[in-house]
Design a protein. Structure first.
Length: 192
């Protein structure tokens, strides 16, 4: 396989519905993060949790000696406009879905379809909270989302090994995608 010089950095966006575990994921992977969690004000969401991301999370980590800049989006629907802001210049994204209930997976499907409608970037879908008893299996999530099971990755965002595995797979996907684009460009050069 052809090789390419390593990218000088990668920007990866961590997104998904309210409370799916985006901030937890970035904290677990990076340790120290710049966060913007504030008290939840809406009555329904207050029943789910106390704090929510209102602007973005930021953390930096190295994978294969490449600096990775992780940006986490807010999950509340009223802050959805931030996704467009934060995805500018990204190389790929991690879409985190809370797999602990059918309702959360359905919520994830709607937002994932929306994400696909404006961004065709290398990404992975991580099914989080696999440590919670009664969480849906990947096969069940695959049926609900109408997506091949091979495209779903189990995640426990509270667990460092699990979170790092997801990040490594995402970086590999981005690097493979980069190589593929380069190969296509070379082919055109030879044909013309
Ligand atoms: N059991 C379990 N709980 C988790 C896991 N990941 C996150 N949580 C919990 O889920 C809740 C929401 O996590 P956050 O990281 O705040 O979720 P978020 O997606 O950043 O939420 P918003 O920014 O409000 O959209 C918290 O209580 C976390 O502790 C996990 O893998 N297992
Ligand atoms: Mg958050």
């Amino acid at each position: 396989m052809q090789t390419l010089p390593k990218p000088s950095y990668l920007k990866i966006v961590v997104t998904g519905p309210f409370g799916s575990g985006k901030t937890t994921f970035i904290k677990t992977v990076c340790g120290d993060i710049l966060g913007t969690d504030r008290n939840v004000t809406s009555p329904y969401e207050k029943m789910v949790k106390r704090k929510t991301t209102v602007a973005f999370d930021y953390g930096k980590v190295y994978v294969k000696n490449i600096p990775i800049h992780l940006f986490g989006t807010p999950g509340q629907t009223r802050f959805q406009f931030m996704i467009k802001v934060l995805t500018v210049g990204m190389h790929g994204y991690i879409f985190i879905i809370d797999g602990s209930s059918i309702k959360e997976v359905l919520r994830g499907k709607i937002l994932y379809d929306n994400m696909l409608s404006y961004s065709r970037y290398p990404h992975i879908i991580a099914i989080n909270k696999q440590d919670i008893r009664g969480s849906l299996s990947l096969s069940e999530v695959s049926k609900i989302m109408n997506i091949s099971k091979d495209r779903l990755y189990p995640l426990i965002a509270l667990d460092k090994n699990s979170a790092l595995r997801i990040l490594n797979v995402t970086v590999d996907k981005i690097l493979t995608h980069r190589l593929l684009i380069q190969k296509k460009l070379r082919n055109i050069r030879y044909k013309i």
